[in-house]
Write a protein of this length. Structure first.
Length: 457
């Protein structure tokens, strides 16, 4: 009789090894390899040629006309914006975020709105009892919504229940790490259980045309826990971001097979739950009557939506011999080091004996490379103690040579700044030839920009 073949699966990254080791060779995590048994390998199975004996599949061309998939608008405009118009029938969506950030609240609100609109919606909780979910719904003012509610962790029981009668339009599974499949040995939350449970739920979505939403836990570094293959299996991956100390939350699409991945949705956490923020620019700006050193307004762009945020910098001079510190909140620390190096090497400004602190106000996280010029302006203002005019914005990408490069959608950024009362902008020189709603100051390199900031000419 053939012996079952053993393999070891990393619980952190999902890589497979045929012998145990203390450290995973792929992700370098320690003590994460767990043994899994597979089916027996026979000489026939090992040597069988797969080029014959199967069922021929039909190959079709790319030019065949197909209808666009139907969507389920949730009635929450910010959620629909991040999804590209709403949930797609027969799709699988994975949403992750820190504990307490509002994932369950957002999905319960979306499920209730769809149910009140006449759609059949099922909400399955594996972490809370049904009464706990019901109490949250009453607190949100959604206690009368006709949502079918259950507390279960067995995937077989869930799919058996959902297969009776017509399938629901939306199914929310909260969370996938608590689900258990009796076809696989292991505790819920392991790589094999998460992969098997998600595969069965996604298969149900594809076969019955139900939109399935899976809630995922995250690790300490913010990535979704479980195997990386889970993100490849689903159609859409959403990340719910924000600081728990701030009331604002950002829903960002990381992957979307039915839309773009550059749109965001902005929410505010209040007593009644998550409310939509139609104009996020007004939230991330500080209202003041006079300029403050080290603060610059930057028009960021998230998809088609410009968002004005305030970049704050603080430079503290240290005594001789002390080791300076660099602290960043809301921006890439490596990019800050690059900007400091360019300012020192190309412009003659010395930050080597000073501590540098950089913060994006309001808990917002900037990923736009156009923020380079605004960060440089904040650093120069903090170092020279010369405030930037409160009616001006700055954007542009800084190269290692000191060149200020143009960025995409400059007109859209300026238009949003003009709507909020800004009158001047510091931009790359390539943008100044066009007619714009603001008074522009264009710069070709960082040296001339520093001269302008310091009033040298």
């Amino acid at each position: 009789m053939a012996k079952p073949q053993k393999r070891y699966v990393c619980q952190s990254c999902g890589s497979v090894s045929h012998r145990w080791a203390g450290q995973c060779a792929d992700c370098s995590e320690w003590n994460t390899l767990v043994e899994e048994s597979t089916g027996p390998v026979t000489p026939f199975a090992a040597k069988h040629n797969l080029q014959g004996g199967g069922r021929a599949i039909q190959l079709v061309g790319l030019d065949i006309e197909i209808a666009l998939p139907d969507r389920l608008p949730t009635g929450i405009a910010e959620l629909d914006r991040a999804l590209g118009g709403g949930f797609v029938e027969g799709s699988a969506t994975l949403i992750g975020g820190d504990p307490g950030i509002g994932k369950s609240t957002l999905l319960l609100q979306a499920a209730a709105k769809l149910a009140l609109a006449g759609h059949s919606v099922a909400y399955v909780s594996g972490e809370e009892a049904a009464d706990q979910v019901r109490l949250r719904a009453r607190r949100l003012g959604l206690g009368t919504a006709p949502v079918m509610l259950a507390a279960a962790t067995s995937v077989r029981d869930i799919l058996t229940t959902l297969s009776q009668g017509s399938p629901p339009a939306l199914v929310v599974i909260d969370s996938i790490q608590t689900m258990h499949s009796d076809l696989i040995e292991g505790a819920p939350g392991t790589v094999s259980q998460v992969r098997a449970s998600a595969q069965e739920l996604i298969r149900f979505a594809k076969e019955r045309g139900t939109a399935v939403v899976l809630v995922g836990h995250v690790t300490k570094d913010g990535s979704i826990a479980g195997p990386r293959v889970l993100e490849h299996m689903v159609d859409t991956v959403l990340s719910f971001e924000g600081e728990r100390s701030h009331q604002y939350r950002i829903l960002r699409a990381i992957k979307n097979r039915f839309g773009g991945t550059d749109e965001i949705g902005v929410f505010a956490m209040v007593e009644e739950g998550l409310t939509e923020v139609a104009n996020p620019s007004a939230l991330f700006l500080t209202q003041r009557d006079e300029g403050v050193t080290g603060t610059v307004v930057f028009p960021a762009l998230e998809g088609t939506r410009p968002v004005l945020v305030e970049i704050q910098a603080l430079v503290v001079r240290l005594a001789s011999g002390a080791t300076p510190r660099r602290a960043v909140v809301g921006w890439d620390s490596g990019r800050l080091a690059m900007i400091l190096a360019v300012l020192e090497a190309r412009c003659g400004l010395s930050f080597s004996s000073s501590e540098v602190y950089l913060n994006i106000a309001g808990g917002y996280r900037v990923q736009d490379p156009a923020a380079d010029l605004a960060v440089a302006a904040a650093l120069i203002s903090a170092l020279s103690e010369r405030p930037v005019a409160i009616d001006s914005v700055a954007f542009g990408e800084v190269a290692l040579s000191g060149e200020i490069r143009p960025v995409a959608h400059g007109g859209l950024r300026l238009k949003e700044a003009g709507k909020l009362g800004f009158e001047r902008a510091m931009v790359p020189a390539a943008l100044t030839g066009e007619k714009q709603p603001l008074k522009l100051s264009g710069f070709k390199n960082l040296g001339s920009f520093v001269d302008h900031m310091l009033g040298r000419g």
